[in-house]
Design a protein around this ligand. Structure first.
Ligand code: HDL
Ligand code: ZN
Length: 438
């Protein structure tokens, strides 16, 4: 009967979502060659290393830093006192106030629990010392494999911030620093689009003479800069995050960002056949004392995205927006443009209630032609919880949608369901980053 069919369908969908590997298209994770502040077993310690992993990093994630300053505000523990503490002392502080003195039920706290449990540790022991000893015994390179297995992730996409001195120098010192088949490069250059005059000064220092006026020589040199760095990081796409105030009307609308996009970024990407990712809606540093935790969300302008998609048909755009208020219009925009691929529930949207709402709406408007999630993991083991939590919600939505189709007489087979889930988790993105056959 139809009840038995519904149960069978649900089992198929949940199994497909659980077992289909994902290509995580936006993280802040790196191979071990970028250095790691935690020695673990078998890796030298590099205090400024870029690969973050282990329980102290999980506990000091900037989402949790924001939460701990709500319950121990800066009038009690001044920001600078917190930042002067060792990583372990910061983790102890967060553990005590967000896990022991009140229950860890926010999404970021829950994430730590899910992660510990998946790794075979017992969160209910509540023994930070024991967790630390377990992590200290891991070899980071093997640990990456284990975490990817537990998270169901088969490819990790980095965020290679070329304007970050720490990262840039590592690429210049070791051209093979990114060589790890588990990781893909993404060239990220926010200052170029957000603050051209400052970016031009840096480009000039780096041997790509550029001036504020964006004359022909500046444009040529900035294009050469992008080409060189796309090659260096073997970028599979390029990316920026943009403020809520970001607008694109036309190349000559009077803003630096429009000229930089029209004259530098988009022509290079069209020529290289690479997509351009725009993450729009982060207002940086409304509370600078909080560091990475000090950024805010604001509604942005979706028409700027439609104008770019329309005016640059030779380019492909990946887009995610941070404000809940923008999600519906962004999904509708994607209906208008085959060169616009909507992805992920970014940052403050990566909470169960919002992931469910947004994913449901996207399926209703876009069918299977979007990328439901990225992890944005900054700490390796976050891959585990971010993907487990998201998978559960994506499965909930899909179960309902296949049941609705079944109620109308369309019964998806197991292989059809697996095909569809593979589109969402890997193939939509893979075919978007692939250079089209010429
Ligand atoms: O700009 C970005 O890529 C953001 O994801 C920020 O880095 C942010 O700090 C973050 O980690 N969000 O999840
Ligand atoms: Zn990010």
């Amino acid at each position: 009967g139809s009840a038995a069919h519904a149960t069978a369908l649900e089992t198929i969908v949940r199994d497909a979502v659980r077992t289909t590997p994902v290509w995580d298209l936006h993280t802040h994770l790196y191979p071990v060659a970028f250095g790691t502040p935690n020695a673990g077993a078998g890796a030298p310690t590099d205090p400024k290393g870029l690969l973050l992993w282990g329980v102290d990093e999980l506990l000091t994630y900037h989402y949790l830093v924001a939460e701990v300053f709500r319950v121990v505000p800066s009038r009690v523990l001044p920001y600078q006192d917190f930042w002067r503490m060792s990583k372990e002392a910061q983790a102890d502080h967060i553990w005590r106030h967000l896990f022991l003195e009140r229950s860890p039920i926010s999404e970021a706290c829950r994430g730590v629990l899910t992660t510990l449990q998946a790794l075979g540790l017992d969160p209910d022991e509540r023994d930070l010392g024991r967790y630390r000893r377990w992590f200290a015994a891991q070899n980071p390179d093997d640990h990456i494999d284990r975490v990817m297995e537990l998270g169901g992730v088969n490819r990790i996409t980095m965020t290679n911030a070329v304007f970050d001195d720490n990262e840039r120098l590592r690429w210049l010192e070791n051209p093979n620093v990114g060589a790890d088949s588990r990781f893909e490069g993404v060239l990220r250059f926010d200052p170029l689009v957000r603050d051209w005059p400052a970016a031009a000064a840096k480009l000039t220092r780096w041997g790509y003479a550029a001036s504020e006026t964006l004359d022909d020589a500046s444009i040529a040199n900035a294009r050469r800069f992008l080409n060189d760095w796309i090659d260096r990081v073997k970028a599979i796409y390029c990316a920026v995050s943009l403020p809520p105030s970001f607008r694109y009307d036309s190349p000559d609308d009077g803003s630096y960002s429009s000229r930089v996009l029209a004259d530098i970024v988009l022509p290079v990407l069209a020529e290289r056949d690479l997509p351009f990712a725009m993450m729009i809606g982060s207002q940086l540093q409304v509370n600078p004392a909080l560091g990475d935790a000090g950024d805010m969300v604001g509604p942005a302008d979706v028409f700027s995205v439609t104008r770019l998609a329309n005016d640059f048909p030779q380019n492909r755009f990946l887009c995610t927006m941070l404000a809940r208020e923008n999600q519906h219009a962004l999904a509708v925009a994607a209906r208008k443009f085959g060169n616009l691929l909507v992805f992920g529930c970014w940052w403050f949207l990566n909470n169960p209630s919002l992931v469910e709402e947004i994913t449901r709406m996207r399926v209703e408007l876009l069918g299977l032609s979007f990328v439901p999630q990225h992890s944005d993991a900054r700490v390796l083991e976050q891959l585990i919880y971010k993907w487990r939590h998201s998978r559960e919600l994506i499965a909930d939505v899909l179960v309902d949608k296949y049941n609705d189709a079944a109620a109308a007489g369309w019964r998806a087979t197991e292989s059809e369901v697996r095909r569809d889930v593979a589109l969402l988790f890997e193939k939509n993105f893979a075919s978007f980053v692939e250079a089209p056959a010429t």
